[in-house]
Write a protein that binds this ligand. Structure first.
Ligand code: ADP
Ligand code: TRP
Length: 327
């Protein structure tokens, strides 16, 4: 690794097509970071994490492709970063096993994300429970310095640092201790119901949908019952908040004025939001379609990324195996 560069690493689960929250909260910030001179980036699709929830191989595959296509559509430069599918570098599961033998069961049981999933999901498997150890392995296997994530992932990052330190206490310095890079700007993008947008909550906006389906999704954004004629409270309007995330200052000013004037209904505002998405993401929408129509191109890009990632993985694992007496 170039000593003057910091290595950033982040992953996104392939549990569906990335939605507006994933794009603004994770994909765009990570791509921006990867373009900085002093950074080297590892970006991957966490398809091994996805199997905790998705058991249908065709759906899993399809989601992995659409996740990859979304990253590329938003301008990820796969030649200067290492862009790969987690399952293409299976060494990560070996490291996850070692790490899980260095981390107390009782600490895993305290993970917010596990507790939340335990309450919501039907299939509460032990992969879900051990999820943070696979995530720690994702990070430690590649000597990452910085991990850009949303707030919800901070506890997983703490566990990663903690398990690395526990390992060090027994075996001596082995891993780079990573730091979380919290993206504060768009910390929690609301979904169409006003709660945090999430694939598992059925409240998302998928900007890659065809126009008809996208329109339907936008029409489903929850608004209050103020009539068309009355002025509207933009400060407490979820639709306005969503619009604001992607609109220019002039467009925001304009919509604000329309809300305050009255005679402008939520239907009109939804139409404006719909048109704004089409206009703002027109290039990304067509690139996304292009990749999904050329899966061989996607496979080739991901394979090349996996080859690069494997080199680092083998080097770090050799270090770990030696410490553990497996070499
Ligand atoms: P989901 O909750 O939809 O399943 P993931 O857990 O796969 O999303 O999250 C992938 C990345 O996107 C993470 O870095 C996460 O913090 C970020 N993210 C997810 N939902 C949002 C949101 N509503 N607002 C901002 N960032 C989000
Ligand atoms: N758990 C992360 C999420 O749901 C995805 C992820 C898996 C990840 N491995 C990672 C993020 C490693 C950062 C680093 O968002």
């Amino acid at each position: 690794m170039d000593k003057n560069k910091k290595r950033i690493l982040t992953g996104i689960q392939s549990t569906g097509t990335p939605h507006l929250g994933n794009i603004l909260g994770a994909i765009i910030p990570a791509i921006n970071m990867s373009q900085k001179k002093n950074y080297e980036s590892y970006l991957f699709i966490a398809d091994l994490h996805s199997i905790t929830q998705i058991k249908n191989p065709d759906i899993l595959k399809k989601n992995t492709y659409s996740t990859a296509a979304a990253w590329l559509a938003f301008g990820l430069d796969y030649t200067s970063s290492v862009f790969y599918r987690q399952s293409d570098v299976p060494q990560v599961t070996e490291l996850a096993w070692y790490l899980s033998c260095y981390f107390p069961y009782s600490r895993l049981a305290l993970a917010h994300s596990f507790k939340d999933k335990q309450d919501r999901l039907k299939d509460v498997n032990s992969g879900l429970f051990n999820y943070p150890m696979l995530m720690a392995a994702d990070i430690l296997l590649y000597d990452a310095n910085l991990v850009p994530v949303g707030k919800d992932q901070l506890q997983h990052l703490e566990m990663t640092r903690n398990v690395a330190n526990r390992f060090h206490n027994v075996n001596g310095e082995t891993f780079i201790i990573p730091e979380a890079e919290l993206n504060s700007e768009n910390m929690s993008i609301p979904g169409i119901d006003g709660q945090k947008m999430s694939k598992s909550k059925n409240n998302l906006i998928d900007i890659f949908l065809d126009e008809k389906k996208l329109k339907k999704q936008i029409q489903a954004i929850k608004t209050d019952s103020t009539s068309i004629e009355q002025p509207k409270d933009w400060k407490n309007c979820n639709l306005f908040n969503l619009y604001k995330l992607i609109a220019s200052n002039d467009q925001i000013k304009n919509l604000k004025a329309n809300y305050e004037r009255g005679g402008f209904g939520y239907g009109h505002a939804k139409q404006e939001f719909f048109e704004l998405i089409l206009e703002k993401f027109s290039k990304e929408r067509s690139e996304f379609d292009h990749y999904l129509n050329n899966l061989d191109v996607l496979d080739d890009i991901l394979k090349k990324g996996a080859n690069k990632a494997s080199e680092t993985a083998e080097m770090v694992l050799a270090r770990v195996r030696k410490k553990l007496g497996y070499n």
